[in-house]
Design a protein around this ligand. Structure first.
Ligand code: SF4
Length: 716
């Protein structure tokens, strides 16, 4: 067989198109991994509009992970201290249904929780929402996207009346100024960065501003790097707004005709004088002025952000303050301009569309809207009032629910919270208290499997067909190309089977993922993310497509590449809303006992908790060990030299790292990557140190910063 299969890279939200070929090709040696095992060949799909044939090291090596450490059969144990024993799917389903029914009738549906993943395909997400929120009557479905981009969701909703990034990747090559804040795009979204960097190099007039406490690979490519103190993003952006206002760089007609609440924002920004702002941010006044000048003098300004903004106790306020800059200067709804959030997970966007967070319902609906609930109850054939009006437990609230004994069944799928949650010691202690944890994943072992009673083997990338949406709202059909190992099933198949056995045969009569997607597409009718014009067949034949994509064929000017080209937003009066926020700073500030700010981040070759990249020789060798970056001044004060070891302590836990002494990090701040759980290194968990303080609107934890002390570890 020489035919290639088209699919999407299952790592980050860039969503690069891939072509996959069988290991054996005529006239060529069999493709093998470093252990000699035949593996599928992966190359970039030149026809995919988002990535244009490009692929980074993670996408290029992904096939090697398919054969490693796969969970092949359902396995069960009664207590966490016992070994797992293999069981049949029949026994597994009986066990799940019996547990769920018992909990439902003794503790109520609110004692059932599911924690899913941006790794799901949209069909998995949708089926899970129908099961939990529709049939079981609990909104306790949340996903690891809560840790990743829920602040972007709440920021968009509050400013524009609906979620959804308004821009597209072509804007990278149309902007006159790119403002990157809280995003190490070069390492975390490399193909987006490739497009931006190439355009920036070729067009001398284009300015790139990077805001990051570290001098990352992204910052090194910038015209202006603003190494602000962690937690001063709002100060910086309000200070820029102050200067734009003072210099007359604002769009009066846009503010008048397309927005509301500008006076409240104007009142706030007045306080952010250049001198005060620069002093708070720890930057020069001249650099602040340069940033404001680059923005104000550019015809088209595109801003990009990711975790550095979202993972904050004031994440929504940061997102909205950034959007304010676009609104006051009219930098939205036109080519090369707009606020553009970059998602971390391959289908976090699909999760948003399918309602895959505890406060959402499918089709960009929200739990607290009675009309939205009624629409879905009718569509799903449920009785009125079946969907709970209360938002469900968010990721961290599931942990506190376990602590309080309020959770009877916790179902975790395609994610690894025993590494990725904040305050890991507390997280693990809570997981140990879970009366019954189902863990559905492709791999075994993982850190989270340690806390599971029932393991369910999941089919993964390449073993099931479904759709994913990338950061520019582009939907791609990910086609299966290989047999599933052992008894693995697609996530949606597992959810649907449980739904049928719980008595909802009509609601879960799906036999293929194409049927699931066809139903989901109908749920989006007349919603901002409408995709009634899409189907598996259309995506297979015509290739990836952006939403909105209506079966009526109706398009508004400029759609679907960019939203809001008509300058009408999804608010009741069609106007975008300014937010007015003063900076509150970090939830946990350094003090004499814990004098340094720890910031966490990601590395080019690894992805999240290494469930895949730790099993691939090339990516593992790129970053074999964790480390801590420290400025020479701080290192000298502690008597530390390069490669010395330190114990890092916070109020919650400790971790140990060899140090890298570098001026890339500002004095007073240290950095560690977040990829290492106990499976890959001893006591090197970044999140053993972080805290769970959340943004009050998005409920996204401040995983990016906490206060720590460093204690050198003496050799011998
Ligand atoms: Fe995959 Fe992201 Fe790399 Fe593209 S940039 S190949 S989506 S990891």
């Amino acid at each position: 067989m020489t035919d290639s299969t088209k699919t999407l890279c299952p790592y980050c939200g860039v969503g690069c198109g891939l072509e996959v070929l069988p290991p054996a090709q005529p006239g060529k040696p069999i493709n093998r991994d470093s252990a000699g095992t035949p593996i599928w060949q992966v190359r970039g799909d030149r026809a995919h509009p988002s990535s244009q044939g490009m692929v980074c090291v993670k996408g290029a090596t992904i096939a090697e992970s398919l054969n490693k450490d796969r969970l092949l059969y359902p396995m069960l144990r009664d207590t966490l201290t016992q070994p797992f024993r293999r069981i049949t799917w029949e026994e597994a389903f009986d066990c799940i249904v019996q547990r769920m029914q018992t909990v439902r009738y003794t503790q109520g549906p609110e004692a059932i929780c599911m924690y899913g993943s941006g790794q799901f395909q949209t069909e998995d997400y949708y089926t899970a929402q129908k099961l939990l929120k529709g049939c079981l009557g609990t909104n306790n479905f949340d996903a690891n996207s809560r840790l990743c981009m829920s602040s972007a969701v709440s920021g968009y909703i509050q400013s524009f009346g609906a979620d959804g990034p308004p821009c597209c990747y072509d804007d990278l090559e149309l902007a006159d100024c790119a403002f990157l804040i809280g995003t190490n795009t070069a390492e975390c979204h490399p193909i987006i960065f490739n497009r931006l960097r190439k355009y920036h190099k070729q067009n001398r007039h284009v300015k790139m501003i990077v805001v990051d406490p570290r001098e990352t690979a992204t910052a090194q490519a910038a015209d202006l790097h603003l190494a602000i103190r962690p937690g001063t993003d709002i100060d910086l952006m309000n200070g820029m707004a102050h200067l734009l206002m003072r210099w007359g760089h604002f769009d009066v007609s846009f503010i008048d005709e397309c927005t509301a609440n500008f006076p409240a924002f104007a009142q706030v920004m007045q306080d952010y004088t250049p001198e005060m702002t620069a002093q708070r941010c720890g930057i020069a006044v001249e650099d602040l002025e340069t940033a404001a000048r680059y923005w104000g003098e550019s015809e088209r300004v595109l801003s990009l952000w990711s975790m550095g903004v979202n993972q904050s106790s004031e994440g929504t306020a940061k997102v909205r303050t950034l959007i304010n800059l676009h609104l006051m200067t009219g930098q939205i709804g036109k080519p090369g301009a707009g606020p553009f959030s970059l998602t971390g997970q391959p289908n976090a966007m699909g999760g948003r569309e399918a309602g895959g967070l505890a406060h959402l319902l499918p089709g960009y609906r929200v739990v607290q809207n009675p009309q939205h609930r009624a629409e879905l109850e009718q569509f799903w054939g449920l009785k009125p009032g079946q969907i709970s009006p209360h938002p469900g437990r968010t990721a961290w609230e599931m942990i506190t629910g376990l602590e309080q004994g309020d959770v009877g069944v916790l179902w975790i799928a395609a994610t690894n919270p025993a590494v990725s949650m904040p305050d890991l010691e507390r997280t693990k202690a809570a997981l140990k208290r879970s009366p019954f944890t189902i863990y559905q994943d492709a791999y075994f072992p993982t850190e989270t499997a340690e806390y599971a009673h029932l393991l369910l083997p999941a089919a993964q990338w390449g073993e099931k067909t479904g759709v994913m949406t990338n950061s520019e709202r582009r939907v791609t059909l990910c086609q299966a190309f290989r047999d599933r190992p052992g008894e693995a099933k697609a996530d949606w198949e597992i959810f649907a089977e449980v739904g049928r056995r719980l008595g909802f045969a009509q609601q879960f009569a799906f036999t293929t993922s194409a049927e699931v997607y066809a139903e989901f597409a109908q749920v989006t009718r007349d919603r901002p993310c409408e995709m009634t014009g899409l189907s598996h067949e259309r995506l297979r034949v015509k290739g990836p497509a952006q939403w909105p994509c209506r079966d009526s064929g109706q398009v508004k000017p400029g759609e679907p590449a960019r939203l809001y080209q008509e300058l009408r937003f999804h608010t009741p009066d069609g106007r975008a809303r300014f937010g007015a926020y003063h900076s509150r700073g970090l939830a946990e500030r350094p003090d004499p006992e814990y004098p340094l700010v720890l910031t966490t981040g990601r590395l080019y070759g690894h992805w999240h908790t290494q469930t895949r990249t730790g099993r691939i020789e090339k990516t593992r060798q790129m970053h074999p060990n964790p480390f801590l970056e420290i400025h020479p001044r701080d290192a000298s004060e502690l008597g530390l030299q390069d490669k010395d070891w330190v114990e890092v302590r916070s109020r919650r836990g400790l971790a140990r790292f060899p140090v890298t002494v570098t001026k890339a990090i500002a004095p007073g701040t240290v950095f560690v990557p977040m990829h290492w759980g106990f499976l890959w290194a001893d006591q090197a968990e970044a999140n053993a140190l972080t805290h769970p303080e959340c943004c009050p609107d998005s409920k996204q934890p401040e995983l990016k910063a906490c206060a720590v002390q460093l204690v050198p570890i003496k050799a011998g």
